[in-house]
Design a protein around this ligand. Structure first.
Ligand SMILES: [Zn+2]
Ligand SMILES: [Zn+2]
Length: 224
């Protein structure tokens, strides 16, 4: 089956692609350095491991996975990348469902297998994850969809991965455990809408957008 990959941004030898994976169409970000043949993934839903072989050049090794949050649809293939040597990053408040997905499976009555994936590095609000001197990822904690939601801002390429916090014309649901509507909206306004207006937004699901478009059109962020 042909898998669509979209070029999100590109600068020098670094390219950012996104594709959809998993049963509910999660966007996965592939940040690839075509010179040193390393890649960083944003989220690892079911199917991301297979997709990485098609999307990345054959010499490229996935050296890190940054999880936006711990919901099952974002983490299903995490263990496969971990087993092939990738370092894993997540917020401490969303570590538990990634490391102990059997608890999640019990809660939601899942009929698919979730395999534990150990988190190597806990990421806090304001942290910068530096990858071998070719990539800097600025991490912003935006709770309210889940407790440990992170947005990953790649300043050098003008794009931000927002997980399930901000979508095109929508925001993440806040009725799940750890959810909080006012925290979510306040976090989006403070930590995303303040980014440069032309920043490309790659949400966890659905179409890409920009900060400016969401400022102007997102009905949940009125009054901004
Ligand atoms: Zn979610
Ligand atoms: Zn999701």
């Amino acid at each position: 089956m042909h898998r669509s990959k979209f070029l999100v941004a590109s600068r020098g030898e670094v390219q950012i692609f996104a594709t959809k994976c998993g049963p509910i169409g999660n966007n996965v970000g592939f940040i690839e350095n075509t010179k040193c043949h390393e890649a960083v993934l944003i989220d690892a839903p079911f199917g991301a491991f297979e997709a990485s072989k098609k999307i990345l050049s054959p010499e490229t090794k996935v050296i890190a996975i940054l999880f936006t949050h711990g919901h099952w649809d974002h983490v299903g293939d995490g263990h496969m990348f971990k087993n092939s040597g990738a370092q894993t990053y997540a917020h401490r408040l969303d570590k538990l469902p990634i490391e102990h997905p059997e608890l999640v499976a019990m809660l939601i009555g899942a009929d698919f297998d979730l395999v534990p994936c150990k988190i190597d590095t806990e990421v806090e609000d304001g942290d910068t994850v530096s990858i071998n001197e070719w990539l800097e990822v600025f991490c912003r904690w935006i709770p309210g969809h889940s407790a440990g939601d992170l947005a990953f801002y790649i300043k050098a390429l003008g794009c931000v991965f927002t997980g399930d916090t901000l979508f095109k014309d929508n925001i993440g649901r806040y009725d799940l455990p750890g959810g909080n509507e006012s925290l979510l909206i306040a976090g989006i306004k403070e930590k995303l809408l303040t980014l440069p207006q032309d920043t490309i937004v790659v949400p966890g699901h659905g179409n890409f957008t920009t900060i400016l478009k969401e400022k102007n059109n997102n009905p949940y962020l009125d009054g901004k």
